[in-house]
Design a protein around this ligand. Structure first.
Ligand code: TYD
Ligand code: MG
Length: 447
């Protein structure tokens, strides 16, 4: 091994042999820090791999073990794959350690022993948490260690069925001089764990911290290195937590898992729509229900809009849970095509329950919520909306309307305003379907 000095951007991981004031990759100023890279001068030991024709590659059915938490299994694509590396990111205090402790307790039952490496908390702290969660499993081993070489020695000695590293930013290797949490430390430690996981078939969960902008701290390369990247989201003011896959080599990235943080830990929410609509004010203007789709799962969400006159020169457009630009665009459509005067008004929009809606199918609902608040006319509480809205005010078809309508029917909704183009794909009893072609028509039928 020989060591070489270089500079790495602490934001994106870009490396350069010379110090630069501005990172040419991500454009950040003053983000370069000196690091030592280790270079292996020898060829790795073992037999070299040879190219194989595709037809001769054996089909390897992925072995998955259930984490015992259905919502987590779903987001992982149907369970934890042998030898895979899963990175879980999220704000501090959101419940990453709680989720993984609960998952490891279940894994000891289904898979065998689990090693929980805590580089942040002492075993006593974890013990306290486990008492709170009612976990007392003999197969669960705790290790308070930050040195990656020692961690790997322990993993090889114990041969657990799964490993949890909490967190990857606090472990370090002695081979590199830079501080724990720096780009090269994080990358090197994760790289070693990956080699271990692939070689031994032990699945490893890594906890990752996120920066102020919500991206995983440390290098983006970490995201490329691992098999699955999950984000644990939610508002610390709310009890709901949503687990979302940003990357998954073994499943879809559209699935979400919904949890509720209680005194006894994270509880799965089997029917999130019911929960998100629980406190809906019936008959209030500006409140509208949309049927969104998260992966394969329909989700009914309440959208609330508040339109009030501007006290300053420039009207404000503030959104929580929906795209800000999308709202501005839809407001422009309402002004130009429907003739509502919104330029002198502040508009606030909120997707209730800390959900994030980034589906165009919520467009019609957003339009209806703004119009309902502006005109101060409530929308019938048993009506919900589906539809993408184009710039000329046309309502466009959405994907998979049938399962969305079915979910709403289950919750007692009686009427659906949806794009005319989606009508023939829906055959659900008990829900009246109102097909619309344009935004004006939707306003006329629902307000
Ligand atoms: P934690 O898992 O430590 O978060 P992270 O590892 O993502 O930083 O979760 C901490 C929060 O969860 C803390 O604010 C307390 C709360 N909590 C509960 O509400 N109920 C519980 O049973 C547990 C264990 C934690
Ligand atoms: Mg933690």
């Amino acid at each position: 091994m020989k060591n070489r000095t270089l500079f790495a951007c602490q934001k994106c991981g870009y490396q350069t042999p010379k110090w630069l004031g501005k990172c040419p990759d991500c454009g950040a100023w003053n983000s370069m820090a000196e690091e030592t890279a280790c270079q292996s001068a020898r060829l790795p030991a073992g037999e070299a791999a040879k190219p194989l024709p595709l037809s001769q590659v054996k089909r390897d059915l992925q072995q998955r073990s259930s984490c015992g938490i259905a919502e987590l299994d779903r987001v992982l694509g149907g369970g934890l794959v042998k030898g895979s590396i899963v990175l879980i990111g999220g704000d501090p205090g959101i419940g990453k350690s709680t989720l993984l402790l609960q998952a490891s307790a279940h894994l000891t039952g289904t898979a065998g022993s689990v090693l929980y490496v805590s580089a942040e908390e002492s075993p006593e702290q974890i013990k306290l948490r486990s008492l709170r969660l009612g976990i007392n499993s003999d197969g669960l081993y705790l290790l308070a260690e930050t040195n990656i070489e020692r961690i790997i020695t322990q993993i090889t000695a114990l041969k657990p069925q799964a490993v949890i590293i909490d967190s990857i930013q606090t472990v370090f290797t002695a081979a590199i001089e830079s501080a724990p949490g720096s780009v090269s430390q994080v990358r090197e430690s994760a790289g070693r764990l990956m080699l271990l996981a692939k070689g031994s078939g032990i699945p490893i969960f890594l906890v990752g911290h996120v920066t102020k902008d919500g991206a995983l701290a440390g290098p983006r390369v970490l995201e490329h290195l691992v098999d699955t990247v999950l984000y644990f989201e939610g508002d610390s003011g709310h009890a709901f937590r949503i687990l979302r896959a940003a990357k998954n080599r073994f499943g879809s990235t559209n699935e979400i898992g919904v949890f509720e943080m209680k005194d006894s830990g994270l509880c799965e929410v089997a029917n999130p729509s019911e929960l998100f609509l629980a406190e809906r004010p019936l008959g209030a203007s500006g409140s509208v229900v949309v049927a969104a789709l998260e992966g394969t799962r329909p989700l009914l969400v309440e959208l609330q809009a508040l339109v009030s006159s501007t006290s300053f020169g420039t009207p404000r457009r503030t959104t929580i849970g929906v795209d800000h630009n999308r709202l501005s665009l839809l407001v422009a459509v309402l002004e130009k095509k429907v003739g509502l005067q919104l330029s002198g008004h502040d508009i606030f929009m909120n997707a209730v329950g800390g959900v994030r809606l980034n589906e165009p199918a919520a467009d019609l609902g957003m339009i209806m919520a703004v119009a309902s608040s502006h005109l101060d006319k409530p929308v019938d509480p048993q009506t919900f909306f589906l539809g993408e809205v184009g710039l000329s005010g046309e309502v466009r078809a959405v994907s998979q309307p049938e399962i969305r309508v079915k979910e709403a029917a289950k919750l007692g909704f009686k009427r659906c305003v949806l794009p005319e183009g989606s009508l023939k794909q829906v055959k659900v009893k008990g829900v009246e379907l109102a097909g619309v072609k344009r935004v004006e028509e939707a306003l006329a039928t629902a307000l």
